[in-house]
Ligand binder design. Sequence first.
Ligand code: ADP
Length: 488
Amino acid sequence: MDYVIALDAGTTSVRAFVYDLAARRFVYRAQQEVGQSFPRAGWVEQDAEEIYYKAAYVLNDCLRFAGEKTVAGVGLANQRETTVLWDRETGEPVCPAIGWQCRRTSDWCAALDEGTKRLVTERTGLVPDAYFSASKIRWDLDHIPAARSLLARGRLCAGTVDSWLLFKLTQGRSFVTDVTNASRTMLFNLHTLDWDNELLARFEIPRSILPEVRACDARLGEMPTRDGFLPLAGLAGDQQAALIGQGCLNAGEGKVTYGTGLFLLFNTGEAPLASHSGLVTTVGFSLDGKTAYALEGSAFHAGSAVQWLRDGVGLIVNAAETEQLAASVPDSGGVCFVPAFTGLGAPHWNAQAQALFSGITRGTTRAHLVRAVLESIAFEARELADCMREDGVNICAVRCDGGASANDFLMRFQADLLNLAVDRPAELESTALGAAMLCALSLGLADVGELPSMRRAGQVFAPDPALHAQREREYEAYRLAVRRAILQ
Ligand code: ADP
């Protein structure tokens, strides 16, 4: 076998990578942007059909690249929580997919009684929030007559992007998900690793509309190709796939992903560790019959704030130019930015918070504003790392990945702010690497012990002790700005 293919169905694009098993690296990538729509303030939707046909397109592109070489199978990683409802018979979506960043169900979550909120946290490890899929499924059932009608006729499927893609790619033969995606729905019991009957009953979501839950290294189905069938094997939600791709297989190891949002995940070992500081407990992975849990801190906006600088206010032409602009000034000139475009996620879980710039003076320049936006990303990670420590995780170093981790200014600033080494691998696409590893594992082409060595070393950003005190002062200013963002 020469290759495996990794499919990463992300929020802003769907990418497929050809992984060379002998060379242990990606040798080809295909990418298609996917749209998001924002029909009302705080609402985020996507077109599930578009996600599928672009996934099929990039997969075909990779198969074309492979040509005569043998492809063993396809592993999958995906944006989590985004919810799709579709007709089991026709395979057609019932309504737009509700994006993970969508806040439309905030009021519904806030109105849950205290007993249910407690149950959610105890059983699922999550904070009851619009972020998680159950509230999105409930919204569709309450507002989309076609969903109710299909439910009554026993034809409704509800799932996250992984289940949707696997259903479509297998022409309706597989209706499955994995433990990591399931653990983001607010319906999955972390302790029994099954859908939780009591939560299903409270939210009036029948088990029959949900997919079957498998381990991350499970076989998932077969995809028809020109020459026969290709196994779909290996699946994890994108953040957990990145945890695997970064080789964080032991308790105490963790990573920060700087993508559309920012996600700090640390492996906490074989028993779930409850958070007392606003993080969530989640499944890290199930491999080789063993489950590892993780603590996770997720900030909804990170790279998306850079995107906003480019597309929303036109302050920059491309994301990469922020590095040089930020470094062109010694500091942000007292400007702080809080990227609360759709409220704040962990650890604040405040749906009302609004994004803001503070500390603007007559001397503020474009470079200061851009620098403040980059700094805000690092501040989010610092805030979440502090929570992680409070919950008992001993953080010795941080591995980083995701689109915005290409930014050297950001990584340096992050190292100084955390006072820790920030370790950036050669391959920033850790999510895809995790999917490739899972596929190789699932098909018996690699074993778990080999996974950490599949991560190739890149650059380590060491903290500069001379800058630490200044970074602490800047962080205090950011925390004040967050309080303002929440109060306004
Ligand atoms: P996702 O998987 O969530 O779609 P990616 O990991 O591909 O995201 O990262 C894309 C994000 O990274 C975009 O929001 C973009 O603005 C940001 N980004 C990309 N390159 C840079 C850069 N050099 N500096 C800062 N941000 C960047």
